[in-house]
Write a protein that binds this ligand. Sequence first.
Ligand SMILES: [Zn+2]
Length: 225
Amino acid sequence: MLAREQQAAHAQNRPATIVLDVLGDKLARGELLLEKKEMICPHCGEGLHRTDAGWHCQGVRVVPDTSLMGSHTYPCSYRIDSRTIIGFEYDRGIGLYWEATWHVVAQARAAQRQPIQYSSAAVQQQLDNDGLVVECSADRLTKTIRNPAIGKVCRVLALSRLALPGLEPEPEPESEPELEPVTNVTNDLLSMVTDPTAPVSAKIGLVTDVTIDSYIHEGQPSPTA
Ligand SMILES: [Zn+2]
């Protein structure tokens, strides 16, 4: 093996590199998340709201429906489970909940039958030697820092943003199950059409009145005809 390849392989096998690689991969996939003071819904663009359960969207989504020559609006169901939150971004860098981070990475490596051969403290020390720890307390590398997203102080390992390049994860693609409300609405509308005496009930409140009107006028003889 060439010296340079050996060096590269050595760098790849460094525990600090392994930890950051596994973490970066999970962040990129959206399996884990760093929260920010302000979180935006990737589906509808509204600001998300934070509770103990995580983040949720109170916005609405508008989906065009060509068969109805209109559009549906319905509540955006986007949520972030707080259990996926591994840390936060703040003004000086990234605060990692280190216990949780270590647990997740150790589990991922164990699942690949490549357990990390170093202790959590040794990895912290390596990250510090690499100049990636941006704040620490007098007696240890972790520090209590206020999380701007929730306003609470948390004990974290504070890392430079350089530790995790490419932090912005791709927005999740629209998934089919989330579009289910549209199908239900359409079924309601169809049953209304096959039974002309059926009242325009509150059941189809998800559809705007404009849409219902235009559908009735386009699809059925007007009552006065
Ligand atoms: Zn939304």
